[in-house]
Ligand binder design. Structure first.
Ligand SMILES: NC(=O)c1ccc[n+]([C@@H]2O[C@H](COP(=O)([O-])OP(=O)(O)OC[C@H]3O[C@@H](n4cnc5c(N)ncnc54)[C@H](O)[C@@H]3O)[C@@H](O)[C@H]2O)c1
Length: 253
């Protein structure tokens, strides 16, 4: 990744933070985005302390003008990782059945998980086309592939983002731009930490993991090598795909 500029959204913690470290370790300049400035700074400081190159790049992916301003300020992005996500306050959506939700409940999921991906992808694509090289990775969820009772709108927002990837791949392959989705199963990150940390939830977590061939939640390190492959030269003929990193929760046939 040496000489590559990589923008990772939502990199202040969890999966994005793990990806930021991995890309920096492989030589990239990492634009560490998050909604929270202090998280961006902390992750960028950690990367720099380890000898890497990182720039705190705070913005809200929901705000297109801010996204464009950041991309303009920092220069062309070679690799975009659409990672920022919203799964609801407790990390698993509000678990309300769709029939019991109202339009106001849907907004936060669509704004971050779909519009955020639209904004960032749209903002970086022109320079990738000009440079005739680019990589776009979008972190989606098996909730969008298999359905998720209690997480219908979260799943729908992720499925929509995954759909965008396929069109972007088709439209831009001739410019050596690839676009792929990484579909995750249940992870242990700050998003879901309350679930895993409280022993009172043990029956619930056991029940969740019974659906996994490999009976543990994922961790950010489970994803990093795949992300580096897709973002690098060896991934140049992999595009438009949704690759599952999910402990065998579901299978892509
Ligand atoms: N944790 C899981 O079990 C799981 C499962 C499947 C998919 N995913 C997806 O993986 C990705 C990473 O999840 P995670 O568990 O690391 O999440 P997390 O909540 O621990 O971290 C997400 C980060 O994104 C940032 N963020 C949220 N909204 C933002 C916005 N509007 N603009 C910029 N930054 C914003 C948050 O501040 C946070 O630092 C998400 O897209 C999530 O939907 C997670």
């Amino acid at each position: 990744m040496t000489s590559r500029r990589v923008l990772i959204t939502g990199a202040g913690q969890g999966v994005g933070r793990g990806l930021a470290s991995a890309f920096a370790d492989s030589g990239a300049e990492v634009l560490v985005n998050d909604l929270h400035l202090e998280r961006c700074q902390q992750v960028a400081d950690e990367i720099r302390a380890a000898g890497g190159t990182a720039v705190p790049t705070p913005f809200d992916v929901c705000d297109y003008e801010s996204v464009v301003a950041a991309v303009t300020e920092h220069g062309p992005v070679d690799v975009l990782v659409n990672n920022a996500g919203n799964a609801g306050a407790d990390g698993f959506g509000n678990r309300a059945k769709f029939a019991d939700t109202a339009p106001a409940d849907w907004e936060p999921f669509l704004r971050v998980n779909l519009y955020g991906v639209l904004h960032c992808t749209r903002a970086v694509l022109p320079a990738m086309i000009t440079n005739t090289w680019g990589r776009i990775l979008t972190i989606v969820s098996d909730a969008g592939r298999t359905g998720d009772p209690g997480g219908a709108v979260y799943g729908a927002s992720k499925a929509a983002a995954a759909g965008l990837t396929r069109s972007v791949a088709l439209e831009n392959g001739r410019f050596n731009i690839t676009a792929n989705n990484i579909s995750l199963g249940t992870m242990r990150t700050p998003m879901t930490e309350p679930l895993w940390a409280d022993p009172a939830n043990s029956p619930q977590t056991k029940e969740i993991l019974r659906n996994y061939a490999i009976r543990r939640p994922g961790v950010p390190e489970d994803i990093t090598e795949l992300a580096l492959l897709l973002a690098g030269e060896h991934g140049s003929w992999i595009t438009g795909q949704t690759i599952c990193v999910n402990g065998g929760y579901s299978f892509g046939l």
